[in-house]
Write a protein that binds this ligand. Structure first.
Ligand SMILES: *Cc1c(COP(=O)(O)O)cnc(C)c1O
Length: 421
């Protein structure tokens, strides 16, 4: 309270706020400061950017079942590392394995903190103080200062680059293998594409080479697609099962990208390989929390039924929403806004998957275009409660409805109308 009073006085002294004319107005100013001070730092926002997997906005919103699972586990004790049948110590790593087996066809699985951690663990396990072979066409930056070559070095391996930016051949890998080779890593080009005069070696060819030479092959998928989404115009992204069938020793993927679950790094592979990863002391430092396990288990369970997954997992529901349904929601939002005095139109727009997935896919969508100076509107909406983040196109602020969940439509209208009143 004292802090809020001081902040109110300071803001008036410094001229950043006009001096209140009455005691009531002073009270109001202190209440505003107090609300600002007591507001949590991490708070909900409405993502109207049209980018479904927006890393800055927290990537995948969780399915209701995952939120309920967190709620159920968070406030009490659980069998996190306790085997209830045997009455003895169990393993936190056991909880998602059966579901991952069922859904992806893997023999065994290990869940760590995120996909970057999964890669570090793989490199440390297979190639510590040894060499890792990577194609020059796959030395990618994922974003947020995450670069594949840095990860390799962090994992304690020497990076051996093969091929060129646009073309790498099987012979390039084969001739780079020495007795010191610990692993070959294939990185899925999840966030960009190379076209023109190109050649890359398939995961299947690399896996065959690895088997022949006794070298582990790690396939970093990143995106974490578990079911094909071709019918929604999202093609050419391998699923985890595809990657496993191609024979890599370990397949790594993110939990909070296309999978639509909590932040996690999922490692899939043969039992003997996963056992080695699990036994690495580094796994302890990269381990996941019980809340992640609860949320991931509940999300994975939805994949038992494709229709249920598409309906209940927000990321999949947003990606598979039809342009007609988005248009009708945009019209509803625009009509409600106009009723509250906000001038706007419905326009066709293009949304994207984000999260470094399907870099070339433009999903036809619809947006509410607000009348007014885009930069000013954008600033007001960032200060709204909840904040609404849109996208500026051709000098207009667009609120793309694809990345807004239908249950947020009312809150969107109310936040925008209040902020622009
Ligand atoms: C996103 C991505 C990663 C990193 O995943 P995080 O879960 O964010 O650590 C690694 N590799 C690829 C190919 C990716 O797309």
């Amino acid at each position: 309270m004292t802090t809020a009073v001081r902040a109110a006085i300071d803001s008036v002294r410094s001229g950043s706020r006009p001096a209140p004319a009455s005691a009531d107005a002073w009270g109001e100013l202190v209440r505003t400061e107090l609300a600002g001070i007591t507001r949590p730092s991490l708070r909900p926002v409405i993502n109207a950017t049209g980018v479904v997997l927006h890393t800055n906005l927290g990537r995948a919103p969780l399915p209701a079942a995952a939120v309920a699972a967190i709620q159920e586990i968070a406030g009490g004790y659980s069998n996190l590392e306790y085997d209830l049948a045997a009455g003895e110590r169990g393993s936190r790593y056991s909880h998602c394995v059966a579901l991952l087996r069922e859904i992806t066809g893997c023999e065994d699985a290990l869940v760590v903190n995120n996909c970057a951690a999964a890669l570090i663990l793989a490199v440390d396990t297979f190639a510590r103080d040894r060499e890792v072979i990577v194609s020059r066409g796959e030395l990618v930056e994922i974003g947020g200062s995450f670069r594949i070559p840095d990860i390799m070095r962090r994992g304690g391996a020497r990076l051996v680059e093969v091929g060129t930016t646009n073309r790498t051949h099987l012979a390039d890998y084969a001739s780079a293998i020495t007795p010191d080779t610990g692993a070959i890593i294939k990185v899925h080009r999840s966030n960009f594409s190379i076209t023109g005069f190109t050649a890359e070696v398939s995961a299947a060819q690399l896996s065959a080479l690895g088997k022949e030479k006794g070298v582990s092959v790690v396939h970093d998928l990143g995106s974490g697609l578990l079911i094909p989404l071709d019918e929604f115009g999202l093609r050419d992204e391998p699923t985890a099962s595809d990657a496993l069938r191609n024979g890599a020793d370990v397949v790594t993927l993110s939990g909070d990208k296309l999978l639509g679950g909590p932040q996690a790094g999922i490692m899939l592979g043969k039992a003997a390989v996963i056992e080695k990863l699990r036994a690495n002391p580094l796994a302890r430092a990269l381990r996941v929390d019980k809340l992640t396990i609860a949320a991931l288990g509940a999300t994975l369970a939805l994949y038992r039924d494709r229709a249920m997954a598409l309906r209940e997992i927000p990321v999949l529901a947003m990606l598979s929403a039809t342009p007609e349904s988005l248009q009708s929601r945009a019209q509803g939002i625009a009509a409600a806004l106009r009723k509250r005095g906000v001038r706007c139109d419905v326009v066709a727009s293009e949304s994207s998957v984000g999260g470094g997935s399907f870099p070339n896919a433009a999903l036809p969508s619809f947006a509410v275009a607000l009348d007014g100076i885009a930069e000013l509107l954008e600033k007001s909406l960032r200060a709204a409660d909840p904040a609404v983040i849109g996208r500026i196109r051709d000098g207009k602020l667009l609120l793309d409805v694809r990345s807004v969940q239908p249950r947020e439509d009312e809150a969107l209208v109310s936040a925008v109308a209040k902020a622009l009143a």
